[in-house]
Design a protein around this ligand. Structure first.
Ligand code: SAM
Length: 286
């Protein structure tokens, strides 16, 4: 089938297949014909590169990716969409559909077996109920990924891309800034989806860094310290870290002083470098 950009055609195909949207699976399909080409262009897919898509839905973004990429591997959890995808992607010989839960699949193996183990990019209109676990899994899985271009809720886009040390940041932003350079590319209104979600969205691109911008002695401890610091946002970083990691509070305060910040600082005021210094100071066995 040719490009699917006409909302009435999209509705006709879904109705013909008797498809009912599942709210639990975050099914809000794109019906704005200009958004998918913009996302596919922005993700940097080219004829030498493989792309992983999470949640192809009825294949509107998949089709655009297939026109630009060497190969597209699209992971979809909802079995009911496979007959629809077989119709909408009938002319896309470089698309491989994989049935499964992106959070449970071994992505390293998938890239090795289906995309030749080469550098790939990720492009998706993410199911919003798993935005953070998907992004964290992609970043922390040691995968050969050069960039991640995803549609997320507008608020989530701001949180994910917020620089550590600024009001909207959280544990995800610490991980994001450690692994990549984040960019908010453009906003997408709720009316661009069927059914329309309750909030507007934004497309972000995370460009994976070759080297992290700070040196940490133990990455796993660095990330658990960041999660601990934000676990109880209304408490000071010292209280939150102490309660979550079981480190004595005076020891955390000692570390904060060594880093040159006040003992009662909150996690959202700590910069990436300060998180790294704190983690290196408190790292067990060092
Ligand atoms: N890409 C399509 C589009 O833009 O119109 C659909 C996007 S829709 C927001 C999210 C898609 O992710 C749905 O097709 C849904 O079934 C799928 N999905 C939900 N949870 C998933 C999971 N854990 N693993 C893989 N796909 C999932």
């Amino acid at each position: 089938m040719a490009k699917l950009s006409d909302p009435s055609k999209i509705k006709e195909v879904l109705t013909r297949h008797g498809f009912q949207f599942s709210k639990a699976l975050g099914q809000n399909f794109l019906i704005n014909g200009s958004v998918c080409p913009r996302m596919a262009e922005a993700c940097g897919a080219d004829p030498n590169m493989g792309v992983i898509e999470v949640g192809p839905g009825m294949g509107v973004l998949t089709w655009e990716l297939s026109q630009r990429a060497k190969k597209v591997v699209a992971i979809e959890l909802d079995k009911r969409l496979f007959p629809v995808l077989e119709e909408t992607l009938a002319d896309c010989s470089n698309v491989e559909l994989v049935e499964g839960d992106v959070l449970k699949l071994d992505l390293n193996r998938l890239i090795e077996e289906r995309l030749g183990g080469e550098q790939v990019c990720v492009c998706a209109n993410l199911p919003y109920y798993i935005t953070s676990p998907v992004i964290m899994g992609l970043l922390e899985g040691g995968l050969p990924i050069s960039s991640i271009t995803v549609m997320v809720q507008k608020e989530a886009a701001r949180r994910i891309c917020a620089r550590p040390g600024t009001r909207e940041c959280g544990a995800v932003s610490v991980s994001v800034h450690y692994h990549c350079e984040p960019h908010i590319l453009f906003e997408v209104s709720r009316g661009s989806f069927l059914p329309p979600p309750a909030v507007d969205s934004a497309v972000i691109r995370l460009d994976l860094r070759k080297e992290p911008p700070v040196q940490v002695l133990d990455e796993a401890f660095f990330f658990s310290l960041a999660k601990a610091a934000f676990a109880q946002r209304r408490k000071t970083a010292a209280n939150s870290i102490s309660a979550s990691l079981g480190i004595q509070k005076h020891r955390v305060e000692e570390a904060l002083e060594a880093v040159g910040v006040e003992k009662n600082i909150r996690a959202e005021r700590l910069a990436l470098e300060q998180f790294a210094e704190l983690a290196n100071f408190l790292c067990p066995g060092v």
